[in-house]
Design a protein around this ligand. Structure first.
Ligand code: IDP
Ligand code: MG
Length: 159
């Protein structure tokens, strides 16, 4: 077992036949979640659901941080509002690890619009609106790597 290996890679050769591969995802507790004092509820849920917290910090994003982070959406009509919303107050960013963490977190947060989010998902419980929807989650393992690197330097993560 070399650096970076873990319990579910001992079968080697990237076999996915039995173990689901361990993965990282980047999450953000957005300004509405922080303002509405839901940090504790959401972190409790993260722990209960079995994610390992590799890194976590409270930040005030700058406009250019928000624009860069959401660059994939720059042609969407809500881009400027979204960037302004994301700098309207502090956020908590965290890198989480679990088997299939990206999809596991997406399942746990529910649909983008809390009105469409399944019961007991984080957005159903805590989001204010489609824009102020409490939490972000990476949408692929590749984007998760980039998003983790956006907020955490090499060596900053535990594990
Ligand atoms: P996701 O966060 O569920 O992946 P995306 O489509 O990637 O949703 O959109 C990124 C963020 O942009 C959403 O979480 C939400 O805050 C905001 N957003 C998405 N669609 C709309 C919209 O139609 N109106 C306002 N804000 C939106
Ligand atoms: Mg998205």
């Amino acid at each position: 077992m070399g650096p970076g290996s873990d319990w579910n890679s001992v079968d080697g050769e990237g076999s996915r036949s039995f173990w689901t591969s361990m993965e990282k995802t980047l999450i953000i507790l957005k300004p509405d979640a922080v303002k509405n004092k839901h940090i504790g509820h959401i972190v409790t849920r993260i722990e209960e659901e079995g994610f390992k917290i590799l890194g976590m910090k409270l930040l005030q994003l700058s406009k250019s941080d928000a624009q860069k982070f959401y660059e994939v959406h720059k042609e969407r009509p809500f881009y400027d509002d979204l960037c302004n919303y994301m700098i309207s107050g502090p956020v908590v960013v965290a890198a989480l690890e679990a088997p299939a963490a990206v999809q596991k977190w997406r399942d746990l947060i529910g649909a983008t619009d809390p009105k469409e989010a399944a019961a007991n998902t984080i957005r159903a419980l805590y989001a204010e609106s489609k824009e102020a929807n409490a939490v972000h989650g990476s949408d692929s393992a590749e984007n998760a790597q980039n998003e983790v690197a956006f907020f955490f330097k090499d060596g900053e993560l535990i594990g």
